[in-house]
Design a protein. Structure first.
Length: 227
């Protein structure tokens, strides 16, 4: 059987990337973290105009200078911006605070859309984000949409950040999660929304393992098996 594309969408900190990584590993597929791409462009914009602000016209004019790639390493997937490993920096609260404003910009969405669609051309990709099932791969063979309350997601993200040595209060994390939810779901282009043919999973009371089981069951129910 041929390979397929799998789209995983959902709001901030629903466990999308952990699940996408696990699925990709289990199926021997390529994992693509589209959030990391938006974060990398935000990082570039902040470096370009070092006053804690992003100069939007300058950033848009510089898109042709930006190259993003991923590498698999023993410590997991790393994100490279123009050849530099920025994986850790992309999780900073400053990026969290700015990324959704960058993700509304049409030129940036269209720049990344081309790259994302090319990556999925040969299938065998698990991609996570906000608009994968609706815009990037509207014909993906398998789509998931993950939901959970903002409080549960903020608690999860707070714990992850703590383990990564990022010092931010739970209240601040919750506020950012809510602000990004709002901005991501109300923007004009490619808003965060469930594709009609996506399987919605409320992950609030489910472990990662349990969600993984639901996903693999759904994939095999649809008739897709590992190559
Ligand atoms: O890890 P988390 O769920 O917090 O966020 P992420 O997946 O790294 O995405 C960061 C931000 O990038 C989101 O809040 C969106 O503003 C934007 N994004 C997007 O607009 N479209 C995507 N396909 C993926 C991310």
């Amino acid at each position: 059987m041929n390979k397929i594309n799998i789209a995983i969408d959902g709001a901030a900190a629903t466990g999308k990337s952990t699940l996408a990584k696990r699925l990709a590993k289990a199926l021997d597929y390529i994992y693509i973290d589209t959030g990391a791409m938006f974060r990398a462009i935000t990082f570039f914009g902040l470096e370009q105009h070092p006053k804690g602000e992003i100069n939007v016209p300058l950033l848009v004019a510089s898109l042709s200078e930006i190259s993003i790639h991923f590498e698999e390493t023993p410590s997991g997937q790393r994100t490279f911006l123009n050849g530099v490993d920025v994986t850790q920096a992309l999780r900073n609260p400053e990026i969290n605070a700015k990324v959704s404003a960058v993700a509304v910009l049409p030129e940036i969405r269209s720049f990344l859309l081309d790259i994302q669609q090319q990556l999925g051309e040969d299938k065998g990709v698990v991609m996570d984000g906000r608009d994968i099932g609706t815009v990037v791969f509207p014909k993906a063979e398998c789509k998931f949409f993950l939901t959970a309350s903002p409080e549960i997601r903020a608690r999860r993200r707070f714990n992850e950040q703590l383990a990564d040595g990022i010092d931010e209060s739970y209240e601040a994390v919750l506020q950012n999660v809510k602000a990004r939810d709002h901005q991501d779901s109300t923007r004009a282009i490619a808003p965060l929304t469930k594709a009609v043919d996506a399987l919605e999973i409320d992950v609030s009371d489910l472990s990662i393992e349990a969600v993984f089981q639901v996903m693999t069951h759904h994939i095999s129910e649809k008739g897709w098996t590992k190559q």
